[in-house]
Design a protein around this ligand. Structure first.
Ligand code: IVH
Length: 730
């Protein structure tokens, strides 16, 4: 044990520890007891680790009531306590979110088993780390008799009434099951169920219902439902369950559990009727653990439910027994976390950005923070109403969220009461130990007062034109049109992006210089650029200038959908551009089509039709098209679609679950390329539901409606149906 070297435990240190404990207690109470956390998990983890580190260094300052001395939450008094026959353990958490996290675990297991490099790789089972709450289900003589939360690991709460309402949990087991069987797993809420629940909650609140609230995330909603005192209300909260282990098991003939491996155990549980995640896999050695971590990490955002990492377990139960436990954690398992998707940071300023269509967006400029795997410095506040509803102001501490490729957003402001005291209160003795890892300890920045309530400027911050908010619209728009350099820049970037005509290397820095320097004014000017003009720009060598010219040359050969999308007509996204191109075959036909003719296109409604008409009725937009053509931008044109039927034309697909090989976007692209549409929810109008692993309520709904359900193989077969001989290849 270490003893303090320099200081005889300064009183400020004791005070700081007390402060940390109090803050953590407050967070734990809101998380476990009220099911309403106020800070991201990552913030709790950070404070907890700081406390752990300090207590390890000054063990004489550990107090029995310290949050480090207790696992999980406290049992709620309203529910009867349940003493777990076999304690519900926690697992060690590996927070290194690199491949090395998995390698460290494998190295540790090999060391503890006394294996050398000459020995075979260890067989593991890799599982998602479900973000719900742990549950122990007790069956006696094959009948569900009790369901208990984890509580502090020793004693949980009896929530049997509420758990019985979960359809996926068997109430009765087949005859082969042991006399006493405790199945452990995670109760969670699927994302679509969570969204639907929150939508219902919002409607209740809007209708004036008292005591109703929305939930911050699926885990918190699931926890709230499990600990609902009224089982009738719990029954309306759609919960799901995955089994991943066992508690007490006794056979009538006093045999012990007789599984050879963890996977064997899971397969048996599946036969007995428990849901087992299809994403659970056997993994051989560190190499396959790393591959699993990476592939699940990529799939994370397209799963139907939240996970916050993966769990590795030694597969052989004999080896598990040999490895045993350290304090309250098994040595044979580890939880390998993904980068946190929510973090705390400070608002440095609130800027207003001008988009391609003149839309003004308030954007919070943030103290840089690592979230969702990247460093984030800006987060959108969407619009004036949102910024005000969240009451985000300069100087505030906020939760930022970044999941997948979605742009980072400010979730909420964290009130000072939920935060530990400011940096300057921390004892000096801590500098370098804890503070190095604590970028934002206080509410806001020292010396920066909380700013005023946000209001949208009434003129464009870039060109000074009047900014208007139209009746019924959430957004303010700059009325400057192409007079506004911000709109011009955004239009150029939109045209040049990969999904449009693609001009490689033409990024925002370059466009800023070109527009601000008066070198280009309109889109066609891009194609009139010469080597000298480009090479004279800042940080532009001849070679890079030539690359841009080559990229421009390459972009002259494009396709009709890309060109049309690139023009940036409001409400015309990629899918609509494709549908228009397919229907009309030629740009002139689209430019001249009446609103009624436009409405004949499968993907086009009144708003899109009007927007297209407005756009092409403006002479300067037609002029841009003519000039681009004159500059050599071309695309193949064809006859209108009436004579080019597509195999899936008119069919609507809904994708659910994880397909074995195709990603969500890939499947969508294939369906669209074949003329089909992809919708987000199942209805009577859905033609096919494509279901993969872990498909959930959408699949249930499809079955209810008697719709055709396809797996990936069936979808691919459908996509390859021979097309009519005069149709183009898909
Ligand atoms: S195994 C002895 N497997 O993570 C090991 N836990 O601290 C017992 N969790 O509270 C747990 N997914 O709620 C295990 N595939 C998984 C899990 C998992 C999520 C949760 C569980 C527990 C915590 C571990």
């Amino acid at each position: 044990m270490t003893t303090p070297d320099l200081f005889a435990t300064p009183p400020e240190l004791a005070r700081h520890l007390q402060q940390l404990r109090q803050t953590l207690h407050g967070h734990a109470h809101r998380y476990y007891v009220q099911d309403a956390p106020t800070v991201p998990d990552a913030e709790y983890d950070r404070l907890f680790q700081e406390l752990q580190a300090l207590e390890a260094r000054y063990p004489e300052l550990v107090t029995p009531d310290s949050p480090t001395q207790r696992v999980g939450g406290r049992a709620l008094e309203q529910f009867a306590p349940v003493r777990h026959a076999v304690p519900m353990l926690s697992i060690r958490t590996e927070t290194d979110t690199q491949a090395s996290g998995a390698q460290n675990f494998d190295a540790r297991i090999r060391r503890e088993l006394g294996l050398t490099e000459m020995d075979e790789p260890v067989t593991y089972v890799a599982e998602p780390k479900f973000d719900g709450l742990a549950m122990s289900l007790r069956y006696e003589q094959g009948v569900l008799v009790q369901a208990a939360t984890r509580g502090d690991g020793e004693t949980g709460e009896d929530v049997t009434q509420n758990i019985r309402t979960i359809g996926q949990i068997p109430l009765k087991l087949p005859g082969a099951a042991p006399a006493v069987l405790e199945v452990r797993g995670e109760v969670y809420m699927r994302r679509d169920d969570f969204e639907a629940l929150n939508e219902r909650q919002r409607q209740k609140i809007a209708a004036g219902a008292k005591g109703e609230r929305t939930f911050v995330n699926p885990r918190n909603a699931a926890a709230g439902a499990v600990r609902q005192l009224d089982p009738a209300i719990a029954a309306q909260r759609p919960l799901s369950f995955f089994a991943y282990g066992l508690g007490e098991v006794t056979h009538a003939d006093a045999r012990g559990p007789d599984f050879a491996s963890h996977l064997d155990l899971l397969q048996t549980l599946k036969i007995w009727g428990f849901p087992i995640s299809a994403l659970i896999q056997r993994a051989l050695g560190a190499i396959e653990l790393v591959a699993y971590y990476e592939s699940i990490g990529r799939a994370r955002d397209s799963l139907g439910f939240d996970i916050d990492g993966v769990v590795y377990k030694v597969d052989s139960l004999a080896l598990q027994r040999r490895l045993g436990f350290v304090s309250r954690e098994p040595r044979w398992a580890v939880a390998h976390k993904f980068p946190a998707q929510e973090m705390l940071t400070t608002v440095l300023a609130i800027d207003v950005q001008v988009g391609r269509t003149g839309k003004l967006t308030p954007v919070a400029k943030l103290a840089p923070v690592f979230v969702g795997g990247v460093t984030v410095t800006h987060a959108t506040l969407h619009n004036e109403d949102e910024a005000r509803r969240k009451d985000v102001r300069v100087g505030d501490t906020v939760i930022v969220r970044r999941a997948g490729d979605v742009i980072p957003e400010v979730v909420s402001v964290v009130l000072p009461a939920a935060l530990p005291q400011a940096v300057d209160d921390a004892p000096e003795a801590l500098t370098g130990l804890a503070l190095a890892a604590t970028p934002s300890l206080g509410h806001g920045l020292p010396g920066i007062a909380r700013g005023p309530v946000f209001t949208m400027p009434k003129t464009c911050p870039v060109c000074g034109s009047v900014a208007l908010r139209e009746e019924g619209e959430a957004d303010y728009r700059c009325t400057g049109g192409l007079f506004c350099s911000a709109q011009r820049k955004q239009s150029i970037l939109h045209f040049a992006q990969r999904r449009a005509v693609e001009v490689e290397g033409l990024g925002d820095k370059l466009v800023d210089q070109l527009v601000d320097g008066g070198i280009i004014h309109t889109l066609p000017d891009l194609y009139r650029l010469g080597l000298t003009a480009l090479a004279n720009l800042d940080r532009m060598a001849d070679k890079s200038a030539q690359n841009i010219l080559d990229a421009l040359q390459k972009s002259r050969q494009t396709t009709l959908p890309r060109f049309l999308f690139g023009l940036g007509v409001r409400h015309v996204g990629e899918a609509t551009a494709k549908a228009l191109a397919r229907h009309f075959g030629q740009l002139d036909a689209i430019m001249d089509a009446s609103e009624d003719q436009l409405l004949e296109v499968a993907d086009v409604g009144p708003i899109v039709a009007k927007s297209l008409r407005t756009f092409f009725d403006q002479p300067h937009n037609r002029e841009v098209v003519e000039q681009l053509r004159a500059c050599g931008v071309t695309w193949p044109e064809g006859p209108p679609a009436a004579r080019t039927p597509t195999p899936l034309g008119g069919n609507t697909f809904v994708l659910t679950g994880t397909l074995p090989t195709l990603g969500r976007e890939q499947a969508k692209a294939l369906i669209e390329a074949a003329g089909g549409k992809v919708a987000g929810s199942v209805s009577k109008k859905t033609s096919y539901v494509v279901a993969g692993a872990e498909a959930g309520s959408k699949l249930d709904r499809a079955r209810e409606l008697g719709l055709t359900v396809l797996d990936e193989a069936a979808l691919l077969a459908l996509l390859q149906v021979p097309v009519a001989s005069d149709a183009p290849g898909v």
